[in-house]
Design a protein around this ligand. Structure first.
Ligand code: GLN
Length: 303
């Protein structure tokens, strides 16, 4: 079978199985099965597949036809140009979380330029480690005046295993992030944190029930936001973060596309101020930002 024939047949099968991005999925899975780049696959359509590659492709297609996420079939997901290892122990990192990381980096660069002491950043519910590891990776090159200490927490020991492996593979030195098992921020003491950056579970139970079949493969713990509106975990996270953040500290929390206004109100009733929403390129609110009242500028105003 040639590459072109294999791709055409795969696209038909995946389309029939209800996959919305059948052509793209077929290309990614064939690249995985052959070890060839996607560019080569598109350019060299007349190349023949080896029997081994055909068998590997068939296996991958079967899994995708059952609507397993592509990232679990390949075991890989790119996030901010970094190649994360993923499997069913962790949520697949999504592009909307890149917005949160961008905004975290912007804040950290600004604050590190303003003050001398170390900054402490906590990724709550780190999953694959996408947030903490990509922040550490981006800051490794930046010449900041203050150093940034990163802590990544997860309730799931299995998720932490994946995150630690990603840190080991993607960071030098991998120890630039500390991983701890923790239900929300319960493992942390005192008000010592400058930034909480989190992608907590926020899908409403009713939505989970009607979600695309791919979501059923992902850890429920990482998706189910509980409460009628899916914001019960976010509410706990706000209260918990309020406890560990320094005065002037900030939380960046990913939320669902329809939860903006409710999330703003919850942030304010949890004692945060200056709550606002960050929007993605299509104008959809995807991240809640809020600050703990207090002397955020005190260290800046030197005589
Ligand atoms: N963005 C994910 C989805 O809608 C949800 C991720 C989460 O709950 N943190 O599929």
């Amino acid at each position: 079978m040639t590459v072109r024939e294999a791709l055409a047949a795969a696209e038909r099968r995946l389309g029939a199985a209800g996959c919305e991005t059948a052509w793209l999925d077929a290309r990614v899975l064939l690249s995985h099965a052959t070890g060839w780049s996607e560019t080569r696959i598109v350019a060299e359509g007349r190349d023949s597949l080896s029997p081994e590659a055909e068998a590997a492709f068939e296996e991958a297609l079967g899994r995708r036809e059952r609507r397993e996420p592509v990232a679990y079939v390949t075991g890989r997901k790119e996030f901010r140009s970094l190649d994360f290892a993923v499997d069913a122990r962790v949520l697949v990192p999504r592009p909307e979380t890149e917005l949160l990381v961008e905004s975290a980096l912007e804040l950290l660069r600004k604050r590190a330029a303003e003050r001398d002491r170390d900054l402490v950043v906590v990724d709550v519910g780190t999953g694959s480690g996408a947030i903490a590891v990509s922040i550490a990776h981006a800051l490794a090159e930046a010449k900041l005046r203050a150093s940034v200490r990163l802590v990544a927490l997860d309730r799931s020991g299995e998720a932490l295993t994946v995150a630690v492996e990603n840190a080991r593979r993607l960071l030098a030195p991998p120890r630039s992030v500390r991983f701890l098992r923790s239900d929300l921020t319960s493992a942390l003491r005192g008000a010592s944190v400058d930034l909480v950056a989190a992608n907590p579970p926020y899908v409403a139970p009713a939505e989970l029930a009607t979600a695309p079949p791919e979501l059923a493969y992902e850890p429920r713990l990482a998706l189910d936001g509980r409460g009628v509106d899916g914001l019960a975990v976010v509410e706990h996270l706000l209260a918990d973060s309020r406890r560990v953040l320094r005065p002037g500290g900030r939380i960046l929390c990913e939320i669902g596309s329809t939860q903006g206004e409710t999330a703003l109100r919850r942030a304010e009733s949890s004692g945060f101020e200056s709550a606002k929403l960050l929007r993605d390129l299509s104008g959809v609110a995807r991240v809640l930002v809020a600050e703990v009242p207090g002397a955020s500028g005190e260290e800046v105003r030197r005589p």
